[in-house]
Design a protein around this ligand. Structure first.
Ligand code: UD1
Ligand code: MG
Length: 459
């Protein structure tokens, strides 16, 4: 049976007080709409439509390539009016699942259950019981009990005081038989408190036609909470992060504090991994067995080998860290940094697009850019590769067992022969032979009999 999914995303989001469309605000590194699209992607074969309006250009470019098709709603005259714009595109038969672009954490299982409850024949509403139902559409039932038949939905602004006491509310998500939906939305009127075409009015129409109406209850309010303000966005972010943290804890990852953990992407962790407070993981990160991450590290798109220790305040992006390596505190690994086993990178060391072989060390205040560093190399404090001539980048090759003293400048392209030593303070612009000491600095001289100048006497 055909499944059409409609994601409503035309609303303004005034309370965000932002220049950007609400559905493009980020939750855990992904837009609100991106979360919903990620969920719908798990719902099997379907067509997906996104209703755009406010900030339509930005929203439409954000969904390019996802397979979803945008349908503009200009102006925005209500949720029923939004669906009126999309119905000509929908299949003739089957189920239409309606979701909201600003309700990001709806789970695939819940959405699937809603579509199944419809089954192309029934009108299925996702409802939830809230302590404070202010602002929501209330579910009207025959008799007061929750078990009564659903008769309709009354919007908060249209509800009488008695109806406002109802705590079962419409979440904004439903699944409707597509053929009937087309008929119903064509008949909507806007003679209500807000002068809008309410999608929720179709419930009474279904009842009148004798089409069964079923209410599926969401038990977890996190799944149905919408984002209308930065406060609500931050609240959902914390709930989402807590959910991810709990999953990792259950898998055996030892988070020092699940409330001070942020994952904006995916994290795969081996056994006995420890993560201290305040770390942020972005993109795709893989941590091997026994990895320890110190406090306040930011790690994006990285693979960290077994037993490696990342000390506090380290920043890693697009890098690979070998087994047993020690990195930080205050280190920066930039894209293309590939550290072999047992490599040591210490404080205030920056590595970019460079390979360090097993056991190489750069422990203090150094820069390695576009370098190939051999095994057991010791790279001294304050030394840098001068890899950029102002127009092009060049490579520095450092052979196995080389010692680079402190404060050296290696002007690329240059090769330091294996087993060689470069004296501290050298500026190396030519290749050096293996096994020798190379020094390139002014010779030290001491002047015999030199006397300090003395102040001239006044007057
Ligand atoms: C709607 C429901 C209400 C429900 C609540 C849940 C209606 C009439 N009311 O109310 O019963 O309890 O959601 O949050 O449906 N949108 C458009 N075009 C429009 C208007 C809205 O695309 O012209 C989109 C919005 O971007 C949003 C969604 O539809 O994603 C809901 O709109 P909103 O204005 O928030 O509806 P509510 O008044 O909250
Ligand atoms: Mg709303």
């Amino acid at each position: 049976m055909a499944l059409d999914i409609v994601i409503m995303a035309a609303g303004k989001g005034t309370r965000m007080k932002s220049r950007h469309p609400k559905v493009l605000h980020q939750l855990a590194g992904r837009s609100l709409l991106g979360h919903v699209l990620g969920t719908t992607a798990q719902l099997g074969e379907h067509h997906c439509w996104v209703i755009t309006g406010h900030g339509a250009d930005a929203v439409e470019s954000a969904i390019a390539g996802t397979g979803a098709v945008s349908v503009r709603q200009m102006p925005q005259l209500g949720t029923g009016h939004a669906i009126q714009q999309v119905v000509p595109h929908l299949a003739d038969q089957g189920t239409t699942l309606i979701l909201n672009g600003d309700v990001p954490l709806i789970e695939a299982a819940t959405a699937r259950a809603l579509a199944q409850a419809c089954g192309g024949e029934r009108l299925a509403l996702l409802t939830i019981v809230l302590d404070d139902a202010t602002g929501y559409g209330r579910i009207l039932r025959s008799g007061d009990a929750m078990g009564g038949r659903v008769l309709g939905i009354v919007e908060h602004k249209d509800a009488n005081p008695r109806q406002r006491e109802i705590r079962e509310v419409y979440t904004g998500m439903m699944a409707a038989p597509t053929a009937a939906l087309k008929r119903w939305v064509a008949a909507l009127k806007n003679d209500n408190a807000q002068g809008e075409f309410y999608l929720t009015d179709i419930v009474a129409m279904a009842v009148e036609e004798g089409v069964p109406v079923v209410a599926t209850h969401a038990t977890d309010d996190t799944e149905v909470l919408g984002v209308n303000s930065p406060l609500q966005l931050a609240d959902l972010e914390r709930r989402f992060q807590r959910r991810q943290a709990d999953t990792l804890l259950e898998a055996g990852v030892r988070l020092a504090d699940p409330a001070r953990f942020d994952l904006r992407g995916t994290l795969a962790a081996g056994q006995d991994v420890e993560i201290d407070v305040g770390c942020v993981f972005e993109g795709t990160v893989t941590l091997g067995d026994e990895v320890r991450i110190g406090a306040h590290c930011v790690i994006r798109d990285a693979v960290i080998g077994a037993g490696a220790v990342i000390h506090p305040f380290t920043h890693i992006e697009g890098a690979t860290v070998g087994a047993g390596a020690l990195v930080g505190p205050y280190a920066r690994l930039r894209p293309g940094a590939v550290l072999g086993e047992q490599v040591h990178i210490g404080n205030f060391v920056e590595v970019k697009n460079s390979t360090l072989a097993k056991g190489a060390k750069a422990n203090h205040l150094a820069y390695l850019g576009d370098a190939t560093v051999g095994e057991r190399v010791n790279y001294g404090a304050g030394s840098i590769t001068a890899n950029y001539d102002g127009a092009n980048k060049h490579r520095t090759v450092i052979g196995d067992d080389v010692h680079i003293g402190s404060n050296c400048v290696l002007i690329a392209p240059v090769t330091i022969g294996a087993g060689g030593t470069v004296g501290g303070g050298s500026t190396i612009s030519k290749d050096t032979p293996p096994g020798q000491l190379s020094v390139a600095r002014g010779r030290q001289v001491s002047i015999v009999g030199w006397t300090r100048p003395v102040k001239a006497k006044k007057g």
